[in-house]
Design a protein around this ligand. Structure first.
Ligand code: XIL
Length: 361
């Protein structure tokens, strides 16, 4: 499925209810009934104001059945955490492997979730053949075009958005000195967007980065770049704010205004990798502060009409990229390691519910 919000589950539930009438007393009927009456999900609430609520997932997590089941019921969208990245999709030059990405797409389709594609071009998780090679500009341009064309074509109609370029700016608003920038200069970003558009005319094309939730040099650089791309007729549909936040750094300055200014360029904005880490151990005060921040981040998105959805980077502390990457930090997600709601779940739900009421009223 292409565009969130995904199809409503109401139809599926009506069918399930009909089947249940015939199945009363059959094994599994109670579980199905429970599911039919389960509490409203975050995605149900988000859909009421025309948005999606998603979670990333990495392939090994699909084998964690309770985790995968909750992913499939609670969320409207998913993003593969790793297996659409270059090292996974083109491990040898010109040899493409879509097994991991396809597994997630198939799972998502079976549960009625839409998929965000992540990511076509990034300085991390590149295959060794690419980073260890020495390339002329013409060679690298053709490698990049071939990669984007293949991957986007393969997932055409299966993902509704692509993070075409990920993390291309430094904190001070200059271009990151990646292999692409070094070899091709800044024009590679427009080229990448055009190649992606050529391969799939309908998919939403995003630039995506972290530390761009607040106003400041980095988000200013994206604002200037995107304005220029638009003026030049380069296809770009959205700006992804990863939103890897941390209690100790506080709420991003002027987040709502910052989202709004990108929306005002005629773009969709999405929070694409939301998590809010803390220095461990957790305590009730930190969890309360985290809940407050999750609620305010959700509010900031919902206050802007073109903030189209929120994706958490995994939904439970059971599977999170934070502890290995930020030693001593963690507990960044709205569900705990036992898949129980943390206080953050309630503030997110309350924020989504308030936006739904406002939309209705
Ligand atoms: C992370 C994955 O979650 C990890 O499993 C992997 O080891 C490293 O990458 N910004 C991004 C994501 O855009 O692709 C990163 O995902 C997290 C930071």
């Amino acid at each position: 499925m292409r565009t969130p919000p995904r199809r409503t589950r109401a139809g599926a539930y009506a069918l399930a209810a009909t089947l249940l009438l015939g199945l009363a007393g059959a094994p599994g009927a109670d579980a199905a009934t429970d599911r039919r009456h389960r509490a409203t999900t975050l995605d149900d609430l988000a859909q009421k104001s025309g948005r999606y609520f998603g979670s990333a997932v990495d392939n090994p997590e699909l084998a964690d059945t309770p985790y995968a089941d909750l992913l499939g019921t609670e969320f409207g969208s998913t993003t593969p955490g790793n297996t659409m990245k270059w090292e996974a999709t083109e491990p040898q030059r010109g040899v493409f492997n879509y097994a991991g990405g396809d597994e997630i797409v198939n799972y998502a389709q079976s549960k009625g979730l839409s998929v965000r594609g992540h990511t076509l071009l990034w300085h991390n998780q590149l295959p060794g053949w690419l980073t260890s090679g020495t390339w002329t500009a013409d060679e690298l341009r053709s490698i990049l075009k071939n990669h984007i064309t293949n991957v986007v074509t393969h997932y055409k109609g299966k993902v509704f958005a692509w993070d075409v370029a990920n993390e291309i700016m430094n904190e001070d608003g200059t271009y990151r000195d990646s292999i692409f920038y070094k070899t091709l200069g800044p024009g590679y970003v427009a080229d990448a967007l055009r190649w992606a558009r050529a391969a799939d005319p309908k998919v939403k094309l995003y630039l995506n980065d972290y530390n761009v939730e607040a106003t400041g040099a980095k988000s200013d650089a994206y604002y200037t770049l995107i304005k220029r791309l638009k003026a030049d007729g380069v296809p770009i549909d959205g700006f992804g704010m990863q939103a890897h936040l941390a209690l100790q750094y506080g709420f991003p300055n002027q987040m709502q205004q910052n989202i709004q200014r990108f929306a005002d360029l005629g773009l969709d904005v999405a929070l694409t990798e939301l998590d809010i880490r803390m220095i461990l151990p957790t305590d009730p005060a930190k969890l309360a502060q985290q809940a407050d921040m999750y609620g305010r981040v959700t509010d900031a998105c919902l206050a802007v009409r073109r903030c189209v959805g929120i994706t958490v980077w995994g939904y439970s502390d059971r599977h999170s990229w934070i502890p290995p990457v930020f030693p001593g930090e963690g507990a960044a997600l709205p569900w705990d390691e036992n898949l129980q709601h943390k206080p953050a779940y309630d503030t997110i739900a309350a924020s989504l519910a308030a936006a739904a009421r406002k939309k209705k009223g």
